[in-house]
Design a protein around this ligand. Structure first.
Ligand SMILES: *Cc1c(COP(=O)(O)O)cnc(C)c1O
Length: 380
């Protein structure tokens, strides 16, 4: 099965469900035993549920892994994966990443003596030094959020493997349609299914896919022990959403690239951060490890905070909101919204300044999106 077919059929067997073409929502907490000491294929929904299993098998197939796990949220997936580490472990974390991941490491894991060392993972010598000093894991996001920097997944996974460190790649931004971290040697592919995989802004969810049986066993154990799994209704919705992932991603990609190219020529735009532009310093790496660029990117506007506020409040088709990956276009001001939980000095060092805007470009008509941005930029 190829990708589009797998997105619609993997893990879904009508014959197991009275012929139902859509996997039903098994809204039950518990399952009848067939006799004393004889559980059926499922016994309790935290440990396993047929709707969730269908989604987990589908995710595993799309990321080319052997096992998938569905979680209540992307952060539940992250929290569960970080529990693979023990007190005293050090993890290398990319210095530019999702604000919630930074918060998890800084305000939760640090207290448990799992410490994050923030490194620019584009600097492979620096990564190798940190690995040689005994780091147990590498936590990667590529492209990064919101600065759209890329990390060379094949290079990092080779270095990490040589030092016995586990690699985790948050693949939320590109989805398995445009990038498959496990194929590049990464150990754990992680998703906020809230974003492109579900794609309709009506669920929060997380996913993890691995290709090593030992890791699969460990994560399955933690998912059950910690109770971080997704409920059946949410799994049903994500399973429905993922069927159209390929067609949505093509449209997101096309609209976003066209808008990025248009913005790059706009007098009030100081910079466009989009890996599909030849001006992006890692455009060659993008061509090597990604099959597309997704629908999310950022740009800088030459104005002050007052001009920024006028721009952000005058969009009509774009909605001023956090999140990304839905069919509708969203506009985000990272410094005051998605990345506000990062201390201002750290934000400034990273380059997440007041002039930065992040767009999640939806699949509306391109002309309407361009008209909307044009009138909003006219007010700056
Ligand atoms: C949204 C997001 C998360 C967190 O996912 P939730 O579903 O909101 O918990 C993690 N990583 C990235 C890159 C995200 O965009």
């Amino acid at each position: 099965m190829r990708f589009r077919t797998a997105a619609i059929h993997a893990g879904q067997y009508p014959a197991d469900h009275q012929g139902a073409v859509m996997t039903p929502v098994y809204q039950t907490s518990t399952f009848a035993f067939q006799g004393v000491n004889q559980p059926g294929p499922f016994d309790y929904s935290r440990s396993g549920n047929p709707t969730r299993k269908a989604l987990e098998q589908c995710l595993a197939r799309l990321e080319n892994g052997i096992a998938g796990f569905a979680f209540a949220t992307g952060m539940a997936a992250e929290a569960t994966v970080t529990m693979m580490f023990s007190a005293g472990d050090r993890i290398i974390v990319h210095s530019d990443l999702y604000g919630g991941t930074y918060r998890l490491f800084e305000t939760v894991m640090r207290d448990k003596q799992v410490t994050a060392t923030y490194i620019d993972l584009r600097d492979l010598d620096r990564v190798e030094r940190a690995l040689a000093e005994g780091a147990r894991g590498v936590w990667i996001e590529t492209p990064t959020n919101p600065l759209m920097n890329l990390v060379d997944l094949a290079a990092i996974s080779a270095l990490a493997r040589a030092h016995g460190a586990v690699t985790i790649c948050d693949n939320t931004f590109l989805s398995p349609y445009f990038q498959n971290p496990l194929d590049l040697g990464i150990d754990v592919a992680l998703h906020s299914t809230t974003k492109y995989i579900n794609g309709h802004s009506d669920v929060v969810g997380g996913g993890v896919v691995v290709k090593d049986p030992k890791l699969a066993e460990r994560i399955g154990y933690l998912q059950n022990a910690m109770g971080t799994c997704a409920g059946p209704q949410d799994c049903f919705l994500v399973l429905r959403g993922v069927k159209t992932l390929a067609v949505r991603m093509e449209e997101h990609n096309r609209n976003a690239l066209a808008i990025a190219q248009w913005l790059a020529g706009h007098a009030k735009v100081a910079a466009v951060l989009h890996p599909g532009l030849e001006s992006h310093p890692q455009h060659a790496l993008a061509l090597r490890q990604m099959r597309g660029y997704g629908g999310t990117f950022s740009f800088r506007v030459s104005t002050d905070m007052a001009g920024m506020t006028r721009l952000l409040e005058s969009v009509r088709v774009f909605t001023l909101a956090e999140s990304l990956g839905g069919v509708e276009s969203l506009i985000d001001h990272p410094a005051t919204m998605t990345h506000a939980s990062i201390p201002p000095d750290v934000r400034a060092r990273m380059g997440i300044t007041d002039d930065l805007i992040r767009l999640s470009v939806g699949i509306e008509d391109l002309e309407d999106l361009l008209d909307d941005l044009k009138q909003a930029l006219d007010r700056v």
